[in-house]
Design a protein around this ligand. Sequence first.
Ligand code: NAD
Length: 293
Amino acid sequence: MAGLLDGKALATRMQTKLTERVQQLHTQTGRAPGLAVLMVGDNPASAAYVRNKEQACARVGIASFGQHFSVETTQAELEQTIQTLNHDPQVDGILVQLPLPDHLDSVALLNQIDPNKDADGLHPMNLGRLVRGEPGLRSCTPAGVMRLLEDYAIDLKGKQAVVIGRSILVGKPVALMLLEQDATVTIAHSRSQDLAAVARSADILVAAVGRPNLITADMVKPGAVVVDVGINRVINPDTGKGRLVGDVEFEGVQEVAAWITPVPGGIGPMTVTMLLENTVWSYCQRCGIGWGE
Ligand code: NAD
């Protein structure tokens, strides 16, 4: 039976440490770190994510400068808001909650964010820094995956890692981060042939697709480490109630794998925690304080 990679427990420990650190920094500089989450429209999933992020900020002592825009808001209005936040000395991190309504160009908006306040690590400058292996703000979900693997001392050097999914949000950056840790990385996607065979070659299997139960036990090498990034809401036809599941068929795969992340309670809480850490990291950079000082 696989051991659980308990993201929730690690996230709680990290947030406790961050709370102490933020208190020290606040006393030292007279200012709390600040994060602005911009949300457009009323997508219930996005609203829940934003609430979750703002509550986490409040827990660790980060000030929230979030703004909520109506679904009719314009590109120009959002760009103007981002420019104002870029110049606001109280704000250390800016995040645009995705997805945006179709009439808005999310790439153009992300490009407007000051790369040194890019709490989500999605600005081309920060993605470039990742490709080059330079320090910089790293995207939160991939960074959360790596921190969880590190905490459980999962050996990556020379291991076969397979990432399923090639999005700029998760698949591509997590593949680069695994490569940086000397894994031999394969990226599979919707056009890959014989996904099962590719997945079975993995010592480390990361699923970031958005399809419930895509990864079944027969696709997993015995003893593999399985990281399930997917978050899918499925409705029980008998009760009509929804619940969250990942991309991995958990019950079957936990019989085969050595380690597995649960959903919920795996990468989700790590993502929020890395957002908090990015905000504090960027605050320290901007105040000229070393991260560990
Ligand atoms: P996306 O839709 O942008 O990308 C999905 C990727 O999966 C694509 O690259 C596509 O090629 C690949 N894919 C689709 N169908 C496939 C198939 N049948 N076989 C193999 N590959 C296939 O999604 P995303 O933004 O990368 O998110 C992926 C999942 O991770 C979603 O469920 C999302 O909700 C979840 N997510 C979770 C967190 C978290 O905090 N845990 C954060 C971000 C995203």
